[in-house]
Design a protein around this ligand. Sequence first.
Ligand code: ZN
Length: 321
Amino acid sequence: MADPVLLARLSAAALTDEGTRKRTGWVIAAVFSPLILVLALLCSLAAGGSSGNASIVELCFNGGELPPDAPAEYVATIEVMRSSFALLDEAIAAVNEQLEGGESLDALRVKAIFYVLYFGAEVHGDAQSFVDCFVSRVPQLVPVTDLEEIYRRTGVVTAEQQANAEAVYNLVRYGSAGGTGGSDAPFIGADGFCSPVGANWRNIVTSEFGYRKDPFTGQTKGHSGMDLAVPTGTSVRAALPGTVTISQYSSSYGYYVMIDHGGGLATLYAHNSKLLVSVGQTVNAGDVVSLSGSTGRSTGPHLHFEVRVNGERTDPRSYLP
Ligand SMILES: [Zn+2]
């Protein structure tokens, strides 16, 4: 097996020359060692000083000055990854220009998967063909939202690599590798309504409710719930006591739960990674019904939360504590 550090050095040498970089692009060699990823995730550059605690992941994704006495092989590998990220950014920007309806690729998702597949490896190929794995033409250009479809297109990706990509994504986006993010305790308001993701919900709203019926066509448009950004694996809690009426997978909602609270009120929790309740089960406010995720039509880990009154979607903000 080839030495990944040596390959990183060779790759770094090739990338220093702009002309060489343009000609060779990325040569993808299957030399990735799980060991180097573990190092990349866990090993802080113990160089002392204020930058000493930056992880390699953060240095690759967020930039910043490399600690002066960082080991040369890390410096070379990080520089290769930064050069690759710059090329990916260009390719992503080119794709975003062609997307319609305000859609755009989740650049962090693209880079997290690239990082896990090619950190420490020598790569050929071009940024555009990697980024093309994240869009499809059907017939117009749209982002691919199904992670399994993305992994099928990027080539063989093991379950471990997928878990690593999720951890890297969560680490960069939320500052935590996931599974323990969000709130550990139910946050219940005076009227008994529980926030599905804890007291911090106001700070993590990434998309507001905005749903209306077109008075002319009768078609509904907009956003049927509220999106709350939480790392994959965060506990999702029932808003009120009730009975589970749906606990299943759908191509749009992913793994989702719906709870009937009586009196015409129902709540829905979508894009989970794991369902923890079954249909017919009764729950109390604050009970954990699922673990959040990014399944279905989702481009990153979040909870899509809906409140329905007599079947009509309404703004969850009016209810949250
Ligand atoms: Zn949503």
